[in-house]
Design a binder for this molecule. Sequence first.
Ligand code: URP
Ligand code: ZN
Ligand code: ZN
Length: 465
Amino acid sequence: MSVLIKNGRIVTAVDDYHADIYIEDEKISMIGKDLQVEAAKVIDASDRLVIPGGIDPHTHFDMPFGGTRSADDFESGPRAAAFGGTTCVIDFAIQSKGSSTFEGLDTWHQKADGKSLIDYAFHMIITDMPDSRLPEMQKLADEGVTSYKLFMAYPGVLYVDDGTLYRAFRQAGENGTRICMHAENGIVIDEIIKEALADGHTEPKYHGLTRPTRMEAEGVYRSIAIAEVAKVPLYIVHLSCSDALEEVKRARARGVDVIAETCPQYLFLDQSYYDQEGFEGAKYVMTPALREKWNQDELWQGLKFRDLETIATDHCPFCFKDQKELGLDSFTKIPNGAPGVENRMSLIYNGGVVKGRMDLNRFVEVTSTAAAKAFGLFPKKGTIAVGTDADIVIFDPERTETISVKNPCTHHMRVDYSAYEGFEVKGFTETVLSRGRVIIENNEQKIERGGQFVKRALTGAHLSG
Ligand code: URP
Ligand code: ZN
Ligand code: ZN
């Protein structure tokens, strides 16, 4: 179907101009002033921003974790993402320890197949990588899975030792792929947790108190050192604090190929949320934990000066009732993670652009273009240009909404609370196109599914140098 978007203000990571966009066969085929073409559908985007669809490179849909399963699957998660202006997610498939990574990939393909409203790709979580399995990493790359996440946290679950890190890093570097790192010293943190429990501390706030920022910084430092020796481009996920950011800055200053992601929760929420009454603090039990508020200014600075490259959500929702409540008697049993895939674009537009912390181009860059470039989706996705996928968001810069689990405009996630309850945001997604299909129009869903798996290109040194 052909679509003509008229009179919009087109903003990419580098451009800002008024023009019309003509879409045919899922792609943008013409951009120009006052285009005189026939189209099956015409959308008037006067007084609206026309931006590349958001790319969220860090979600966990239908993920078994913490004795339960994340509450959004590949139907509800992508739908909520779309309502919020995100048109592509990169989710994490998981290798079961001792099994082939391909079994993990097949499982995630099955979870997603035919369900998703928007396009999606996969990183692979590696839980074990003996020499005999190293060739699988090349095969994964051939299947379009060109990045891998490894964990220094969660001993006994997803944790891998430094030898495994080194082996996987070397192979990933040789293959022209990228490593994503959950950087936190989980072994030391487990000792601190034992001390807290021995002292009888079981409330949610001890999740934060047992995960010092220095242990995140140490993980960032160590993974950078290993990546430097193994010669692989590194991507630090969910960076939460100034201590960790300093390690990224130091490494970049000496020329190491490391980029980093932060998340809205670390820009807008802080450690005081754990002090809420009763068991409420469990809603914010996530890893890394929420930090002291002053860290937020440092993270915004990091985004401004490009030491932080992307903003992802790490969307990993668990309902308060029955799921977070698994940890009523001990914070160690609260499933780690929080919802947010729907709220990212408005939160960052409001907190970034409206509050004067970043300009419009940088907003597009941190919410879409940079992730596309880091993870082999660019220029197919992440920008607006002739030949790119018509993943487009028509965004109303004036509309305000109050984010709430009770607001049907801001909450389509399948979870019984909002991490941003009561936040007022200016700037809201109105209409969303996914490869030229109008999937959301004036905040109404128009199509049930049709999202496709996207094979990603290599992401190695040729892009990040
Ligand atoms: O608390 C979190 N972040 N849960 C999801 C798993 C992870 O570490 O990314
Ligand atoms: Zn993680
Ligand atoms: Zn995560």
